[in-house]
Design a protein around this ligand. Structure first.
Ligand SMILES: C[S@@+](CC[C@H](N)C(=O)[O-])C[C@H]1O[C@@H](n2cnc3c(N)ncnc32)[C@H](O)[C@@H]1O
Length: 285
């Protein structure tokens, strides 16, 4: 029996993933095949008539079957790009989302590339802290998470990008025991913000992600409420608090910040789809 060519296998896998309801079946079929062959996606087209070895077919079949069960592709390849940088991801961390790049943009616009100090609350894979440290070579950040497994992934990413000497990873709740000294230039966070209703109806891929990274309590604001109440005391006067939100949470978040009496210049940044995505404000003097 002749071995299937690369293109034949891609067609089969694409049809299978389409049947299983995967949103971009061809793209994922290519990403997984490129991963198995340890090559770039573009090379699949260059070598489209290459027959595959039996062990390559077996490895690919196994990955395609898992993708068919709606396991996110980044958990299968162990990689996801964020802000133009490659990051390691595992099921211990949220898959970094392109929308979160808006939070990086807000932080960069405020802080510039000086020698500032930042705090990333709920760092997960470390994408925010590591990206900011890469983009701002004099910045120093502390990045916290409740999950030691997530912090291990963040550590790997900080080392991979050569910023582990400027990104300190700490395990614990929000500030991980750091005293509020009114000294940080910026506090950023992509906190869990899904509501109980959203948690009950998660799309198939999202069900594979850690509950701790998603669940924001009944109204989705449990962690955001605590951030609003506590961040000001950690920030220097004029320092920036910026966090990601769900599309329907902007008004509630602005009200939370206003009610503390500790912030000024609160604003909402929208994503490319025109949805509210980031809330930011400055610590009042
Ligand atoms: C939505 S994920 C964001 C991960 C990453 N910053 C990103 O943008 O892809 C939220 C992260 O916050 C962590 N987390 C949840 N509650 C926390 C808390 N009270 N203190 C510290 N980290 C928390 C979760 O473990 C998870 O890694």
């Amino acid at each position: 029996m002749s071995l299937p060519t690369l293109l034949e296998l891609l067609r089969l896998a694409t049809g299978y993933l389409r049947e299983k309801g995967v949103e971009q079946p061809r793209l994922d079929a290519e990403v997984l095949l490129a991963h198995v062959l340890k090559t770039e996606r573009i090379m699949l087209y260059v070598h489209h008539d290459r027959p595959l070895e039996p062990e390559e077919v077996t490895a690919y079949r196994a990955l395609v079957a898992r993708r068919g069960r709606r396991e996110p592709a980044p958990y299968l390849t162990g990689e996801k790009e964020f802000h133009g940088l490659p990051f390691r991801v595992t099921p211990a961390v949220l898959v970094p989302r392109p929308e979160t790049e808006h939070l990086v943009a807000v932080a960069l616009a405020f802080a510039g590339d000086g020698a500032w100090h930042g705090f990333d609350v709920g760092t997960g894979s470390g994408v925010l802290a590591v990206t900011l440290a890469v983009r701002c070579p004099q910045a120093r950040l502390v990045a916290s998470d409740l999950s030691p497994e997530a912090l291990a992934v963040a550590r790997e990413n900080a080392q991979r990008h050569g910023v582990d000497d400027r990104v300190e990873l700490v395990e614990g709740d929000l500030w991980a025991g750091r005293e509020p000294r009114g000294a940080w230039d910026l506090v950023i966070s992509n906190p869990p913000y899904l509501t109980a209703q959203e948690m009950a109806g998660l799309p198939p891929e999202v069900r594979w992600e850690p509950q701790l990274a998603l669940d924001g309590g009944p109204d989705g604001l449990a962690v955001i409420r605590r951030l609003a109440a506590e961040a000001w005391a950690h920030l220097r006067p004029g320092g920036l608090l910026a966090f990601e939100i769900g599309a329907s949470q902007a008004a509630a978040c602005l009200e939370l910040l206003e009610n503390t009496g500790h912030y000024r210049d609160a604003r909402v940044t929208h994503d490319h789809a025109g949805l509210p995505r980031v809330v930011s404000c400055l610590r009042a003097a």
